[in-house]
Design a protein around this ligand. Sequence first.
Ligand code: NAD
Ligand code: UD1
Length: 336
Amino acid sequence: MSILLTGGAGYIGSHTAVSMLQAGIDVVLADNFVNSSPKVLARIEAITGVRPTLIEADLCDREAVRAIFRAHEISGVVHFAGLKAVGESVAQPLRYYRNNLDSALTVLEVMREFGRTQFVFSSSATVYGDQPAPLTESAQTGGCSNPYGWTKFMIEEILKSAAAAGPQLSVVLLRYFNPVGAHESGLIGENPNGTPNNLMPYITQVAVGRREKLTVFGDDYDTPDGSGVRDYIHVCDLAEGHLAALRYAESHTGCEVFNLGTGRGSSVFEMVRTFGEVNGVDVPYVIGPRRAGDLAAVYADPAKAQQVLGWTAKRSLADMCRDAWNFQRRNPNGYE
Ligand code: NAD
Ligand code: UD1
């Protein structure tokens, strides 16, 4: 039996593939490469010694998804596939709603046709909107500030309804905080198209000389040093959280939600400082205005994942900065 990783060629999917293969779990990856490269497969093989099946498919294409379930014994699905750029979702809302909702619905319907019940979903802390941290899973969701966030909220609601109507279903919603870093080998990592929207890839591209300087989006927030505070989590810790979620799905039905974060907030200035200290490189920056839609402080209460899944993030901010830089340095132009 295999686990289907939709969007498995992407940043989090590829790291999860490595964690699962190293745990002896067989995986099948499906991706249309809208935001990734098939070249990641050789990297996964170099790390694990296993070359998993990678299928080029659009998860909105029902026949293509059926073909995957016909060809492979899929026992469960981790659904990473989705578009994730916040600004792009504001400019192209229909594309975001179509792709993210349609792919989730199509995979779920085909799973039902094939009698498959375990579904782990990549959700986001963005579903909490503007609420005081630390955020527990029982905090209200909704109030998202962009279409990307609403797709996560809507898919969560779809999954809750589906689990309520089908008692055999086993759904785990994972609300990621801020995934950063890369596999310690430096072979796989984050490889954004175009100008990075997120802080860590921007920092690494400044450090490697692809960009001149970082702009810190506001230093007048109500936080200890005035810059925005987030819960950065090492992507390998996040990947391991998916193993724990799958184990949980195997032995429970219904719909359960977990934060995947460290519980520790770090500011933009702390990130820049730590990155510089750990890697011995300078990250020039200027202070700019706040970014529209940004919040002052967002971090998790990760207690539920620890208590119920037995999972906790182990890697430090220094590990995240070191591994992100190691990948960027070895792959200045990503996988190309
Ligand atoms: P990513 O873009 O690297 O990976 C997503 C993958 O899905 C890509 O390889 C892309 O090509 C693929 N994809 C998109 N639509 C598809 C479709 N219709 N058919 C087939 N493949 C398709 O992003 P990531 O950072 O690895 O994120 C994985 C998931 O986690 C996404 O759903 C994202 O929204 C969610 N998430 C990410 C973050 C983050 O900061 N990276 C935070 C919270 C949630
Ligand atoms: C962003 C998204 C959010 C998504 C999350 C994870 C927005 C408004 N929000 O959140 O929906 O779930 O990524 O993918 O885009 N920063 C700078 N300079 C930069 C980039 C970022 O100062 O060039 C600051 C930000 O203001 C913030 C922190 O760094 O305080 C982290 O930013 P980012 O990595 O974009 O993550 P989020 O803001 O948490």
